[in-house]
Each structure stands twice: as C-alpha cells, then as structure tokens.
Design a protein around this ligand. Structure first.
Ligand SMILES: [Zn+2]
Length: 275
C-alpha cells in the first residue's frame, strides 16, 4: 500500500486557534512510529491552479471575508494539500492519503462559512477530480457536526454521494435522487456508528473515488457529541479501506482540538491505511 501524508508547519502555527494545537503533536507522534518509514510525506504549496479552483467553488465576497479575517493563506494551503492528494490518488501514484489541515472545510458553503471552516477543501478537490475525468465520488463525513457547507455546494450534484453523520441536527434525511444521506446518531458509540456505517455504505456502491472527512471531535474525550474510541477509528478505517478496495481513498482532517486525542487518533488512522 502506498500511503501519502500531507502536512505543512503553517497548519500548526497559523491555523484556526481551536484546531491548531492538535496538529503538531499528532504529526510528531506519527513521525516517531516505526511504520513512518513506509509513508510518503508531502508538503503542499499553493499554485495558480488552487486559486482558480477557489474562485470556482466560492464567491468573491466570501473570499474577501476570509481575507479580512486573516485565514485566507492557511485555508488555501490546507485546500491545496487536499487537491494535490486527490490528483496523486487519481493518477494512481498513491493508494490512499491523509491530509492534515490548519482550518476545516465542511461548514464552508459557496458564500459563507463558520465553525473553524473557511474554504471547502473537499469541494475544491471534487472540481479538480472532475477536470481529471473522475466523476462519481463518495464524500463520507463522520465529523459529528453536519456538513452543511458541503451540502450547500454539492447537494444537487447527482454524481456525488454525500453520507453525512451528525449529532447536531434534529432529524435524519434521505434523498436517493441526489444521493444525499444525513444520519442522526446523537451520542453515538463505536457500535452505533459502525452499524450505521454498515447500513448506509451500500448506497455508495457505484462510486469511483472515496473521500472521508475525519473529525476526531467524534472522540469521547473531544468536544463533539459522538463517543467514539481509538479502536473505533481503527475499525472504521479498516472498513473504509475494505469498501474502497482498489479505488482511491482520501482522508481529510476536520474537527477536533484535544492534542492527546489527535496524537493517538491520527497515527492510528494512518497506520490502519498502511495495514
Ligand atoms: Zn466537528
């Protein structure tokens, strides 16, 4: 298995305040693991391509707001890593990848954002994948907060399957026409989450590319309203790997602020991608 890890020191220094303290402890712990020699490490950089993708996904007014708030550079750099990972996966130069970020993406809609999110990194990667001829894509969001920004941008796209687990909405939804599935599992344990995953995954059988939005705010010792554990993350990653089979598998970091949780959760996910 060829596994890529995308990381930039700016994520830990210039990222959103709630998210940035978890980044370096997780990366440093990862680098100390014996299996780290098997990983391929990449440091993303922003090019004119990423600027163009940004303009395709977000309005000028939103970009202006993010610039005024001071998060434009680190949010675009985060998205650049996700886009580059998607390109290398599509070119079969990697089998799977994990992207660290400095800001998150799933609460970033076309013309707004909130909740530590600024630019929708995954939506930008989807636009890029389309340019490369990859059309049918699964976005599986297991951050316990609903991916409203991703829905704002991609909900009506029939070739995107969006599986959205959350604890912060009032009800579940199912739109088979547009392949949108919202699954309310408030206070979910590993068992509840993994059973819900098993039930919904067949809806995504026909995709060509798998993206997982991974928030460790889903951990029992972090701030979201899921109560997952490190063992749950290991099983989840193995399950996603089995589901993806020979299709590209891209994990993108989302919420989570507890450095101890991050230092355990993120290396566990990456090690499970290698297994
Ligand atoms: Zn979250």
């Amino acid at each position: 298995m060829s596994v890529g890890v995308f990381y930039h020191p700016d994520f830990a220094e210039k990222g959103y305040i709630t998210l940035l303290h978890r980044v370096k402890p997780a990366y440093d712990t990862l680098c100390r693991q014996p299996y780290a020699v098997k990983l391929k490490f990449f440091e993303p950089s922003v090019t004119t391509l990423h600027q163009r993708l940004l303009n395709q996904v977000h309005t000028e007014s939103h970009i202006g707001t993010v610039q005024a708030e001071g998060f434009h550079e680190v949010a675009l750099l985060s998205a650049a890593g996700v886009v580059t990972a998607a390109e290398l996966l599509a070119a079969q130069q990697l089998d799977s990848a994990f992207c660290f970020v400095g800001t998150a993406g799933h609460h970033a809609g076309r013309n707004y954002s909130w909740g530590f999110c600024y630019y929708n990194d995954v939506a930008m990667a989807v636009v890029r994948l389309r340019q490369l001829g990859v059309n049918r894509i699964l976005i599986l969001d297991m951050d316990p907060h609903s991916g409203d920004g991703t829905r704002d941008i991609l909900a009506l796209d029939p070739q995107i399957t969006h599986i959205n687990f959350f604890a912060d909405e009032d009800y579940s939804y199912q739109d088979d026409k547009h392949h949108n599935y919202g699954i309310l599992i408030d206070n979910a344990t590993d068992k509840v989450f993994l059973e819900a995953l098993e039930e919904i995954l067949p809806k995504a059988a026909n995709v060509d590319f798998v993206i997982v939005i991974f928030g460790h705010d889903s951990h029992c010792e972090d701030y979201g309203d899921f109560y997952l554990t490190i063992n749950g993350y290991r099983e989840f990653t193995h399950r996603m790997k089995e589901f993806a089979a020979n299709r590209p598998l891209l994990f993108v970091l989302s919420g989570g602020s507890n450095p101890q949780v991050a230092a355990s959760a993120i290396p566990t996910v990456i090690e499970s991608l290698l297994d």
